[in-house]
Design a protein around this ligand. Structure first.
Ligand code: ADP
Length: 536
């Protein structure tokens, strides 16, 4: 039997039109260090129309990829709408990739044009001679761009267009945007989102059991718009009519705290390393975080101590989220269950997250599907309408399993759908045939008052095959010893997990999206560049 429902396509165009019409006065604010630029949704929408018209005039057509090499700023928002809504494909470029990876992804995606912030011209110019398909560089701002040769200026292009662009009819399953994973192993892999997947993801993200966005929110997306679409915030927030406070390139703790106070930010999202910096700054300086109703943190395990300190000292609620570029990215959120009592709140919030509506999850041990009992450990697999079914132009059958995406994350799931990630498959340590969770060792170590960062990697061991090596960054002036840290751990994790090998380092190397880069640490150890001490 056929339904009687209308069949309107789920498109970014629909999100765009809704926001501009219903929330025309909501605003997009771009921080400039001192002062801010402000534009209403109505103005942003008109400029998006002109951008689409300009791109069309340049010959950009259906399915063509247009790269963005931009901060979180107003023009990025304009590109987020103009490019997909005109039937081209938005390709957000990670500003922090190594040049060879950046070259690889631009060539692999075959970007025809790139919109670049003038402050980032030198970075892009390093790879420009190797780009095979790019015909136009469109520069935002009027700074020097000579390093890129002949360029077009964003404002000039917009100035020569009229409003009233005729958006094409879009098929909801067509490509809207693409994003490459940051390639911690091998070349980055591309994920192509559809209009439909973006629309559905946005609805989910707005909903009460995810971010609960409304027009009363003032969203500060610190997570870059090239990192899994800033976790879906630009589209979801626009759908809800929230104001956006764009931090641009001012991503240090001091300007972020100033911005949160001055703009009365209600909602923000970033990886744990950013929030640790903000916390350390806020604990020493006068700050006002009173407007914040929720902070989303994810991308790597969120230390419980970080959430506790924000909660106790500032009354700020950090909620952990889990997802990946391949999952659009939202897949799980760690809201405690309703029956949990006050004393247990943090235990639940410290879990990785509870699977959200729209995403199916299972854990497997090779072929066998494991029970949701909170103890069986296996690889997490997901499927759903905003989960990728393939990588763009990359044949990787090993990443999929009977229609499920293999996430590469290892962990448990309990009967209520709460997952606890113990490791990424590539980081697991198997000691004497048993798994040691590097995630748990790290988050526990980071709860020690003298420890700022901790990353644990596996090293070969004659007796146990593999043992953990803890690489630790201490607070300035701290003189805690490895033995004391061992004693601290021994009270909190299984005794046989406690590392014998320790390295005190100045900083844990970070990936292009601000996560601990264990690949670099492993390489440093192999090349004897870490000073490792053995105790115990
Ligand atoms: P990359 O793979 O380049 O790091 P992604 O942001 O797509 O970029 O990474 C997704 C991965 O980040 C997940 O597979 C998982 O390993 C990790 N991750 C994300 N959120 C969490 C979390 N809350 N706890 C632990 N790991 C997380």
């Amino acid at each position: 039997m056929q339904s009687t429902m209308q069949d309107r396509p789920l498109t970014i165009n629909a999100i765009f039109e809704h926001g501009r019409r219903v929330h025309a006065e909501s605003e997009v604010v771009t921080f400039m260090g001192e002062g801010s630029r402000r534009a209403s949704y109505g103005e942003v929408a008109e400029r998006a129309e002109k951008l689409a018209a300009a791109l069309k005039r340049l010959g950009i057509g259906e399915g063509d990829r247009v790269g963005t090499f931009l901060w979180n700023e107003q023009e990025h928002m304009e590109a987020y709408f103009a490019i997909p809504a005109m039937s081209a494909v938005l390709h957000t470029l990670n500003l922090r990739l190594f040049p060879d990876q950046l070259t690889y992804i631009i060539n692999h995606a075959e970007d025809r044009a790139i919109i670049v912030d003038d402050s980032l011209v030198p970075l892009l110019a390093r790879v420009a001679p190797d780009l095979k398909t790019v015909e136009h560089f469109i520069v935002v701002g009027d700074g020097d761009a000579s390093a890129l040769g002949d360029v077009l200026r964003y404002e000039e292009l917009l100035a020569s267009e009229e409003i009233g662009f005729e958006w094409p009819e879009i098929e909801e399953r067509s490509a809207a945007a693409m994003c490459y994973t940051s390639g911690t192993t091998g070349n980055p892999k591309g994920v192509v989102y559809s209009h439909r997947s973006t629309f559905l993801h946005s609805l989910a993200v707005c909903s009460g059991s995810v971010f609960a966005l409304t027009e009363r929110d003032r969203i500060l997306p610190i997570v870059p718009m090239f990192h899994a679409n800033a976790w879906g915030l630009p589209y979801a927030g626009w759908m809800a009519g929230s104001d956006f406070i764009m931090p641009s390139r001012f991503l240090q703790a001091e300007p972020l705290c100033r911005l949160m106070a001055d703009e009365r930010v209600t909602f923000s999202g970033a990886v744990p390393t950013i929030w640790s910096d903000v916390l350390r700054y806020a604990e020493k300086n006068p700050v006002d975080l009173s407007s914040i109703r929720m902070i989303i943190c994810g991308g790597s395990a969120v230390p419980r101590s970080l959430m506790e300190r924000f909660q106790v000292r500032f009354g700020v609620k950090i909620i952990q989220a889990w997802g990946m570029t391949e999952t659009s990215p939202l897949a799980a959120m760690a809201f405690p269950p309703k029956e949990c009592c006050d004393e247990e709140l943090m235990d639940w919030r410290a879990k990785t997250g509870r699977i959200r509506h729209g995403v199916d999850l299972r854990i497997t041990d090779g072929d066998q599907v494991l029970p949701w009992d909170g103890t069986a450990v296996g690889e997490i697999e997901v499927r759903g309408p905003w989960i990728t079914a393939a990588y763009y132009g990359d044949d990787t059958p090993e990443k999929f399993h009977d229609g499920w995406l293999r996430t590469g994350d290892v962990g448990t799931v309990d009967s209520k759908g709460f997952i606890q990630i113990t490791d990424r498959a590539k980081d697991v340590i198997k000691s004497g045939g048993e798994w040691i969770s590097t995630v748990e060792l790290e988050t526990t170590l980071m709860a020690h008052p003298d420890v700022i960062e901790a990353a644990v990697i596996g090293v070969p061991d004659e007796k146990w095959d593999e043992r953990p090596l803890a690489c630790v960054v201490l607070r300035e002036g701290a003189d805690v010893t490895a033995d004391q840290l061992r004693a601290f751990l021994a009270e909190r994790v299984a005794k046989w997990w406690v590392p014998e090998r320790w390295a005190f380092i100045d900083e844990v190397p970070k990936t292009s999206v601000g996560k601990f880069d264990k690949k670099v640490l492993r390489a440093r150890r192999e090349h004897n560049e870490l000073q490792v001490i053995e105790v115990g």
